[in-house]
Ligand binder design. Sequence first.
Ligand SMILES: [Zn+2]
Length: 240
Amino acid sequence: MAETINFEEQVKLLVELQGLDLQILKFEDELKAIPERITKLENDFKDKSASLKKHEDNVKALQLKRKEKEGELQAKEDTIKKYASQMHQVKTNKEYSALQDEINRVKADNSVIEEAILNIFDQVDIENKGIVAEREILKKEDLAMAEEKKVLAASADEVKVEVDNLRVRRNELAVKVDKNILTRYGRISANKDGLAVVPIIDDSCQGCFGLMPAQVINEVRMKNAIVCCENCTRILYIEE
Ligand SMILES: [Zn+2]
């Protein structure tokens, strides 16, 4: 004689099993979110480091420009010296005053260049102040990130232990379920985000909220078989 199946008991087991499976799913989602969170932290930090690098590069470019301007200034100073020494050799007033005009013109150029150099110094000062502040912030954020990673890793460890415990309990429960019913439950569960067994409340399936025909409700009440919702295929039960 074939073993008779106590459908009422089987459905109760399934509801309990589903409760554990849903908790496992929730914890697995939490576990998946942890590396995503870490990646986001690292990417944000990389963006901020890139901004610091940009400011550092700006300073380098400004320093180069300053050296260039200083070179120009030096060349013009040399020109002035050259003209000044020529002044000793000129014969006429006209030549003398022409040289004097040249010297004045180059001196005027130089004051423009000097102004530009001072301006570069000011810009470098501003950039450097920003860089110091940014480095300080990055240092703090680096520490905060390390701390948060530690917390996340600890919480991942906890969740893993929790999931392992739930799996043990789940498997202990699963062996009590009839093989065919368990297979059916597993198939529906996989298709329905873990929600495979639902109650009928106010004549409605609580999976799809469709109204159940009286005949289906009767079949569920009789507990002689596994009864599924015709709309959503979920296994139905009625809470007494
Ligand atoms: Zn349904």
